[in-house]
Design a protein around this ligand. Structure first.
Ligand code: C2O
Ligand code: CU
Length: 483
């Protein structure tokens, strides 16, 4: 099939060592409870050609588009989704951020068998918490091929106090440019250092100087090195800035933005030209409403913000941290001419909100409790030679973090490297100690330490990893295991 490389990578993802992968069989069915609504969807994953708004790319996608189809349910629903794997490789789906039952978590080798080409698989789970989420494979770097899509869990008690909702999915795009994400990963592993993603050259990983995103609250870059790979395109909702996705609304209307960063190794700064936004949710959970002109969003994170629109055509820009180019969409309420694809809203140069400065609402906080145990989670490794791990060893060689059901567990997350990493935990959300901020993915700047706590209330075997997917695949992953 000509995909030997991809197959080899898929085979090592999520499994520990050679030859000893457990098998799982089909997942047990979930019975509906009285009055429970069932939300169903059917997805097809297959090779396809996408139009990014000019550039045509041969890649893999759900439902022939990237982002794939929105799945929407209400908290408490039984969600039942069948995936047809028409890809030339094994796959799976992970429901990123949802505290669901372990059997539906989508990690081959840890929670299920891989879904073989030509077969289908049904996921069934209950989504307990409302919010903005997304879904993607948990095999190799398939996410980076365009296999990602938004997932919204509505709150039955909170009808939206806004006129429009706008799902804004950010991506950095390598695939279809003569090189797949698997090729890029191979290049990183064999050569070390940073890799180019196709059309454009450059060594983005070494590029400290051109911080196109403006500066953080302190006037200096908060993130150190900017990434492993140079990307030919940055996308909002699968479109390049010269042919942007457009939201039409009326002046004075209120929009809820649900921003999802599906990029493989790009932190973005998001701003809507001429507007201030109010950030209301982080990774699905409410925060004390915080006004800003711009905010950072790391890989795997989601932020919701509301904004009241002026009269005109406004660029919604996501500027890639430390890299050239940008992603852009348009919000149009008037007839004025559209801004050029290279427009840089002034808001990008003002103070930029860093997610970890947000504070949880009282309702979003974990119940106050002292820790029963503490574990160190150190992100380790470097670009050259290319090696990433947790607690000094790559996934499979490092020890699982053992949880006891019912315990409050403190995790001391520490980044021992010179690059920022977004750390993501499956099956649980954690509270940042102090602010109470509830998250499932948090950006850890170089040498930074962020203590978090989680309630060990979801028995199973769970992945926890850097959401820069190249890093997770290179080994920056660990298992959380209930004893
Ligand atoms: Cu979206 Cu294991 O990650
Ligand atoms: Cu990383």
């Amino acid at each position: 099939l000509g995909i030997a490389g991809a197959g080899a990578l898929a085979a090592c993802s999520g499994t520990k060592g050679a030859g000893s992968a457990p098998t799982f069989g089909p997942p047990s069915p979930v019975r509906t409870t009285a009055g429970q609504r069932v939300t169903t969807a059917r997805l097809v994953a297959k090779a396809t050609t996408l139009d990014l708004g000019g550039p045509q790319v041969a890649t893999w996608a759900y439902g022939d588009k990237a982002p794939g189809p929105l799945i929407r349910a209400t908290a408490g629903d039984l969600v039942r989704i069948t995936i047809d794997n028409q890809l030339p490789a094994d796959t799976s789906i992970h429901w990123h951020g949802i505290a669901l039952r372990n059997a539906a978590d989508g990690v081959p080798g840890m929670t299920q068998d891989p879904i073989k080409p030509g077969t289908s698989y049904t996921y069934e789970f209950v989504a307990p918490d409302p919010g903005t989420y997304f879904y993607h494979p948990h095999v190799g770097v398939q996410l980076d091929r365009g296999l990602y899509a938004p997932l919204v869990i509505d709150d039955p008690r909170e009808p939206g106090a806004y006129d429009h909702e706008y799902l804004v999915v950010l991506d950095d795009w390598v695939d279809g440019t003569g090189r797949t994400p698997d090729d890029v990963l191979q290049q990183l592993i064999t050569k070390g250092g940073s890799a180019t993603g196709g059309g454009m050259g450059g060594m983005s990983g070494m590029d400290h100087g051109s911080m196109g995103t403006g500066s953080g609250p302190t006037g200096t870059s908060p993130f150190g090195d900017s990434g492993d790979v140079t990307y030919p395109h940055f996308l909002i909702n699968g479109r390049v800035p010269t042919a942007p996705d457009v939201l039409r609304a009326k002046p004075g209307q209120k929009v809820r933005l649900r921003v999802i960063n599906a990029a493989s190794d790009t932190i973005f700064t998001v701003a809507l030209g001429g507007h201030r936004m109010t950030v209301t949710h982080s990774d699905g959970f409410p925060v004390q409403p915080t006004e800003t002109g711009a905010f950072y969003i790391g890989m795997g994170e989601r932020y919701d913000a509301t904004v009241t629109l002026g009269d005109g055509a406004f660029p919604l820009v996501a500027a890639p941290f430390g890299k050239q180019g940008q992603a852009m969409a348009l919000i149009r309420t008037g007839t004025g001419s559209a801004p050029p694809a290279t427009v840089r809203p002034a808001e990008l140069r003002g103070p930029v909100l860093l997610g970890t400065s947000l504070v949880a609402t009282d309702a979003a906080r974990l119940e106050k409790k002292s820790a029963d145990s503490t574990a160190a989670v150190q992100l380790t490794g470097q670009m050259a030679p290319y090696a990433w791990g947790i607690n000094g060893a790559k996934f499979g060689d490092n020890d699982p973090i053992v949880l006891t059901e019912g315990n409050r567990v403190r995790l001391d997350l520490t980044n021992m490297t010179m690059m920022t990493h977004p750390f993501h935990i499956h099956g649980h959300t954690f509270g940042v100690i102090g602010s109470g901020l509830r998250k499932d993915t948090v950006l850890l700047p170089p040498m930074a330490s962020i203590p978090v706590e989680l309630q060990a209330d979801n028995v199973g075997n769970w992945a926890a990893h850097c959401h820069n997917i190249y890093h997770a695949e290179a080994g920056m992953m660990v298992e959380l295991k209930y004893q």
